[in-house]
Design a protein around this ligand. Structure first.
Ligand code: HEM
Ligand SMILES: *[C@@H]1O[C@H](CO)[C@@H](O)[C@H](O)[C@H]1NC(C)=O
Ligand SMILES: *[C@@H]1O[C@H](CO)[C@@H](O)[C@H](O)[C@H]1NC(C)=O
Ligand SMILES: *[C@@H]1O[C@H](CO)[C@@H](O)[C@H](O)[C@H]1NC(C)=O
Ligand SMILES: *[C@@H]1O[C@H](CO)[C@@H](O)[C@H](O)[C@H]1NC(C)=O
Length: 326
């Protein structure tokens, strides 16, 4: 009898272990372990935006670059070392990625309030969510529980992120590789409604388009002339930047899609969304809806992007310093 009960116990235990669902992200993940976690991130973001409103765009982009390279595991936050060139030092990220200090400040406070509990990957996901909300986008829930990765390689950045000269099929493929469909790709591209770009990211559209045309004919001529003034061909200043959406550079709104219909997309990868028959109808719907429908879709797509390739349970670690592997 005793033996049988023991066997049953072992059997039940094994069943439980085997059928235990993989650890998953969860809304309110830190409710009992660090209840102030999300509020601290919001507070540090607000403080950061007070000195530089552009950091909101920086953090939305940083989350995207984190998630597309090795999943949303905070790997983009890791500093290079003498033996490893990290993601953040890829030319795609350095010097253009910004907002690291907001993450550091939030993490420092969270380590002193609840040591070893809140991951850097979650801090970044929360900060990106709040950046969307604070610039006029729709607020969405971000489940927590991401763990921090222990690997960050410059060599994985270029191969996993889309480029500004991509056409629709390349964009589609790049997002499909991360489990996001074409509509979500068009929806998420609307993040280019805020922020800035360095001239080097699009100057080929102004000066060296192809063998027969120096200027990209799909770029509005007046806009091109204005961009040429902001990005002179003769300049050797690599710090020059322009707004992605000059009409409302700090507002997360559907004007991005309206711009595309007027050939005012900054990157070729933006403008093609309006000209390719596979995506043009999405662009028009996003404009027609006055922004509400797009904001809802954007929130949902951000939440989905935030779950790409996450580490959970006992995988990875909770980094003490977001810049350094424990
Ligand atoms: C669809 C393919 C995409 C391409 C090719 C692309 C490319 C770029 C490039 C080249 C820049 C300018 C960087 C610089 O020169 O300073 C940029 C900026 C930006 N991107 Fe994207 N991006 C894409 C999708 C996304 C997505 C999905 C998001 C977020 C959900 C995003 C958010 C941003 C933001 C907010 C900025 C402005 C950053 C700042 O002001 O610091 N992008 N993107
Ligand atoms: C987009 O990607 C999906 C998945 O790879 C593919 O089935 C579809 O044909 C692609 N569409 C276009 C227009 O490239
Ligand atoms: C250059 O681009 C234009 C406009 O897209 C196109 O009509 C032309 O065929 C291209 N020329 C070459 C040599 O690729
Ligand atoms: C940029 O060009 C100016 C002259 O046009 C030169 O004095 C300066 O050293 C150059 N700077 C860099 C970083 O090459
Ligand atoms: C380069 O451009 C940046 C941004 O506009 C500006 O702050 C800086 O002073 C410029 N540097 C030089 C050497 O002109």
């Amino acid at each position: 009898m005793e033996l049988r009960r023991g066997a049953v116990t072992v059997f039940v235990l094994v069943m439980c272990l085997c059928s235990m669902p993989e650890a998953q992200l969860q809304v309110g993940f830190y409710e009992s372990t660090c209840p102030q976690a999300e509020a601290v991130v919001a507070e540090e973001l607000r403080r950061g935006l007070a000195s530089n409103i552009g950091l909101a765009a920086g953090l939305v982009r940083m989350h995207f670059h984190d998630c597309f390279v090795r999943g949303c595991d905070g790997s983009v936050l890791i500093d290079s070392t003498s033996t490893n060139k990290a993601e953040k030092d890829s030319p795609i990220n350095n010097p253009s990625l910004r907002g690291f200090e907001v993450i550091d400040n939030a993490k420092t406070r969270l380590e002193s309030a609840c040591k070893g509990i809140v991951s850097c990957a979650d801090v970044l996901a929360f900060a990106a969510r709040d950046s969307v909300a604070m610039t006029g986008g729709m607020r969405y829930q971000v489940p927590g529980g991401r763990r921090d990765g222990r690997v960050s390689l410059d060599s994985e950045v270029l191969t996993n992120l889309p480029g500004p000269t991509f056409d629709v099929s390349q964009l589609n493929q790049s997002f499909a590789n991360k489990g996001l469909n074409m509509e979500e790709m068009v929806t998420l591209s609307g993040a280019h409604s805020i922020g800035r770009s360095h001239c080097s990211s699009f100057s080929s559209r102004l000066y060296s388009f192809n063998a027969t045309a120096s200027e990209d004919p799909s770029l509005d001529a007046n806009y091109a002339a204005q961009l040429k003034q902001q990005c002179p061909q003769s300049s050797n200043n690599s710090s020059l930047v322009v707004f992605m959406d000059p009409r409302s550079p700090y507002s997360m709104d559907a004007s991005y899609y309206g711009n595309l219909l007027q050939n005012l997309g900054l990157f070729a990868s933006d403008q093609v969304l309006a000209s390719d028959s596979a995506t043009a109808s999405q662009v028009m719907q996003n404009v027609a809806g006055g922004g509400i429908a797009w904001k809802r879709k954007f929130a949902a797509a951000m939440a989905k992007m935030g779950q790409i390739g996450v580490l959970t349970g006992s995988d990875g670690e909770i980094r003490t310093n977001c810049r350094v592997i424990n």
